[in-house]
Write a protein that binds this ligand. Structure first.
Ligand SMILES: [Zn+2]
Length: 257
């Protein structure tokens, strides 16, 4: 169904894989005239709801930030995915996804690399692209951030932000001044984020460049009591993971509280 939808979206001018004239680049999509307009409407609706009506404030930070930011946030050390490379065709795959597809394991990413290597061998997992067995191939941690240089020569290393939150957190001291030092306050940001996904797929579901809309609410944990009673009785319809996987899965009507 996803393929059919992607085809339809392409024909009608909503979105299509980028750089087709040069062979295409996985994980990058261009929004056509219809899609760009629709995306703008979604962003405006989000802004209206979460920035304007909730009384938060919007900022727009740079998308490239220096290494120190990502050292502090832990992304340099731990923003990794498990990669296994096919010795025959050279294609890279998410090792944890390969294991999850043929075992009952739901979160293979949480396992140590050696254990995933063992599972690949035990389950005789082969390369999805060419069928070559992947047993014995190393499973490596691959950092998902796109690296770049800031300036020429002995340039400062920089990274394209993997999520919009960094720009909000880094500027907290100044943003707090704008709020006259009073907590709580909320900051929103809408903009691109970048992740060098190992094997992007699923159309717009797993992309290397995508738009995030984010709200960070800063509170004083000692003083501020979030007004949860305002939302306790709000009714929502959920479709939990277990129901999604069941053949006759149903939605669940419940309240937030
Ligand atoms: Zn292969």
């Amino acid at each position: 169904m996803a393929d059919g939808l992607t085809e339809l979206a392409k024909r009608r001018g909503f979105f299509f894989g980028s750089n087709g004239a040069y062979g295409g680049t996985a994980g990058f999509y261009t929004f056509g005239p219809q899609g760009a307009a629709l995306k703008r409407n979604v962003e405006d609706a989000w802004r209206d709801r979460f920035t304007i009506r909730e009384g938060n404030r919007e900022i727009e930070a740079p998308t490239i930030m220096p290494e120190a930011v990502f050292e502090a946030s832990g992304h340099l050390e731990g923003f990794d995915d498990m990669l296994v490379e096919c010795p025959e065709c050279g294609e890279s795959h998410r090792a944890d996804h390969l294991v999850e597809a043929v075992t009952d394991i739901e979160d293979a990413e949480a396992l140590p690399g050696e254990e995933v290597e063992g599972l690949i061998a035990d389950n005789e997992i082969a390369c999805p692209s060419c069928g070559t067995p992947l047993a014995g191939e190393p499973v490596e941690a691959f950092n998902l951030m796109f690296a770049t240089d800031i300036g020429p020569g002995d340039a400062q290393p920089g990274y394209l932000r993997p999520e919009t939150a960094q720009g909000i957190f880094v500027e907290f001291p100044r943003l707090k001044e704008y709020a006259r030092g009073n907590l709580p306050f909320g900051i929103t940001q809408i903009g691109p984020a970048y992740r060098n996904e190992i094997s992007p797929r699923g159309g717009l579901l797993r992309l290397r460049e995508f738009t995030q809309a984010e709200l960070e609410q800063f509170i004083d944990p000692e003083e501020d009591e979030p007004p949860l009673e305002l939302v306790r009785d709000v009714e929502v319809r959920l479709h939990p993971a277990a129901e999604q996987e069941a053949d006759d899965g149903e939605s669940l009507d419940t309240t937030v509280g």
